[in-house]
Design a protein around this ligand. Structure first.
Ligand code: HEM
Length: 563
């Protein structure tokens, strides 16, 4: 995109000459000129292309221009108050004209103008920031679905599509969709998951795939099991005391410790210390902003670039610094530990680019920690909530595990009811509830019978897709048998894609399934699980936050050792 010079010396002297020549009474003329510029800049410049990454520069540029207009007036002898007022008028005229032009265009001329949705959503994403300020975007989209149907305009450039055809259309192997602007939210952090450019993503993905090959997975297995056994023995101690177990914390500590091992060859030691590591706390604080600010990645960019000291932004940078330090340590580590970082570092060494790749390595380590822990922990919490409510399913699982070696992941992967419990949890309580935004290719795309114009952001919320009565019988109930003995309860499974499809699918799917199967088998064979007195699961759902990955509320269970 061409960039417009917002400020330089020649503009300054030009403005100075101009103001010197015109009488001050011509403020009206200046305001009109400014308004004209506002409309012109929208129609000629901003109407095309993406601007979110340039938002910080634009803020700086406009501030400079406003300061220059003010400065020139003061130099011409106008008093400060009048200069300020006049600058406000000129800047206000520009802004009013610019935003009026944007609003009229978005409402009446935009290519998405015919799609239903809240009228204000077609004008600005700020309505979405406001509506999802409590981090429960998944519920908001459900309400909109009820009111407006399967295709909803949820933003000036955005459609939310709650139709099972959306998943194969946007993520299928032949799909030409790309990752949407949301993935630039954390720019300039570079990482596999946030790479929007297809060739660059594919190249990085090939490196990651080496870290998840069958040979690599076999090497991680033992280490994951060690952590699972530690978790189980901690729970055992609590069970002996008859204590309540906040499984939300324990499952997070378990998955985060494992991901620390994968990313840095060193855990966060949370299972051992029984408390949150400070770096993980920083990460979680920073991540809590992802939910409300997801609709406006440009605002996040302004925060990152112009307000690095602001609370939450500061936490994010502190976490990145921590990861960078741990990655430096990991690079220096002797020995050949089987972890994911090994493969990423090895690729950089082979290309002789270790120093240049340090940002990639840090960003990828962060991705691994977030993508690998939040998803698994939330799935486990939600599945144990369902199991605690239904002892019958614990018994079914127990009989499935009888006589088999649960430490053998190949054997566990054929446990039909275990797989069904996991699938059913990921259908009803997906851990990427609304996340995974895609962008339609320039020529557009047809989903079901609906043509989606080019470059539209497409949101396909798994939370709503998993609850469609047109796809599932008794859609809001947790019935694992729908994936085994009662297939008639699944009418259309195209929307079921917990790990995504195609080029952007989950690289950690096999490790995730294997880890979740093992920990479930270990806990169910050792303990009976039930709600702690007074626990209903209400807090779990009331405090459940949609911040790209799901962040569930507290759940207190009790465990009783099986004889
Ligand atoms: C219950 C467990 C998990 C679920 C439901 C899950 C789901 C997903 C989904 C839906 C995506 C696509 C995200 C997008 O469109 O932006 C994804 C991507 C990804 N996942 Fe997972 N995931 C899980 C566990 C894991 C684990 C254990 C790891 C690592 C060990 C992992 C690493 C990744 C990475 C690196 C990506 C980015 C892939 C790419 O962009 O090429 N995930 N995951």
């Amino acid at each position: 995109m061409p960039s417009i010079p917002l400020w330089n010396g020649s503009v300054s002297s030009c403005a100075s000459n101009l103001l010197a020549r015109v009488p001050m009474s011509s403020t009206t003329q200046l305001c009109l000129g400014s308004a004209f510029l506002g409309v012109f800049s929208h129609q000629a410049v901003y109407i095309r292309g993406e601007w979110h990454l340039r938002a910080p520069r634009l803020v700086q540029g406009y501030s400079l221009v406003a300061a220059a207009i003010f400065g020139v007036q003061c130099r011409l002898g106008t008093d400060v108050v009048t200069s300020l007022a006049r600058t406000g008028l000129i800047a206000g005229s520009y802004a009013a004209a610019l935003f009026s032009s944007i609003i009229i265009y978005r409402r009446f001329f935009h290519r998405l103008r015919h799609f239903p949705g809240p009228p204000i959503a077609s004008l600005t994403k700020f309505w979405h920031v406001w509506k999802s300020r409590n981090g429960q975007n998944h519920l908001l989209l459900e309400q909109l679905h009820e009111k407006y149907g399967p295709v909803i305009r949820t933003g000036p450039e955005e459609l939310t599509i709650i139709d099972p055809a959306v998943m194969p259309a946007v993520d299928g192997f032949r799909s030409e969709c790309t990752k949407a602007v949301w993935y630039d939210m954390l720019h300039p952090t570079t990482a596999l998951n946030t790479t929007r450019d297809k060739p660059a993503h594919d190249a990085r993905r090939r490196i990651w795939d080496r870290g998840f090959s069958p040979k690599a997975l076999a090497a991680y297995e033992g280490r994951v099991q060690e952590y699972a056994v530690v978790l189980s023995s901690r729970i055992d101690e609590l069970a002996r005391q008859g204590a309540r177990v906040n499984v939300t914390d324990w499952f997070y500590w378990f998955t985060l410790d494992v991901m620390g091992e994968f990313a840095f060859g060193r855990s966060f030691d949370m299972l051992r210390d029984e408390e949150w590591h400070y770096a993980v706390q920083l990460l979680r604080k920073a991540m809590s902003l992802v939910g409300p600010f997801s609709p406006v990645p440009w605002l996040a960019q302004i925060g990152f670039k112009l307000l690095p000291g602001m609370i939450y932004v500061r936490d994010w940078f502190a976490m990145v610094k921590f990861c960078r330090g741990r990655m430096d340590e990991r690079i220096q580590m002797k020995g050949d530990k089987p972890d994911v970082a090994h493969w990423l570092i090895q690729a950089s060494l082979e290309q002789n680019s270790l120093q240049q790749d340090i940002d990639w390595l840090t960003g990828d380590a962060l991705t691994l920690i977030i993508a690998g822990s939040d998803t698994m922990a939330a799935t486990l919490v939600l599945m144990f909530y369902e199991l605690a409510r239904t002892p019958y399913h614990q018994e079914l699982l127990l009989s499935e595990f009888r006589g088999i070696n649960i430490a053998d992941r190949h054997r566990l992967q054929y446990c039909a009811h275990l797989n069904a419990c996991l699938n059913e949890t990921m259908r009803l309580h997906p851990t990427l509830m609304t996340g995974g935004y895609r962008q339609a290719p320039p020529q557009g795309i047809t989903i079901g019978n609906t043509y989606i114009p080019g470059n539209t952001t497409i949101v396909s919320p798994r939370y709503s897709l998993g609850r469609l009565e047109t796809s599932y019988e008794q859609a809001t109930e947790w019935i694992p048998e729908r994936w085994t003995t009662r297939p008639e309860l699944v009418k259309d499974n195209r929307g079921f894609s917990p790990f995504a499809l195609g080029r952007y699918n989950c690289v950690g799917k096999t490790v995730a399934m294997s880890e979740m199967r093992y920990i479930t088998a270990l806990l169910v064979t050792r303990f009976e699980v039930f709600f702690a007195p007074g626990e209903t699961g209400q807090r779990l759902f009331e405090d459940l936050r949609d911040q790209f990955t799901a962040s569930p509320g507290r759940l207190e269970l009790q465990f009783r050792r099986r004889e």
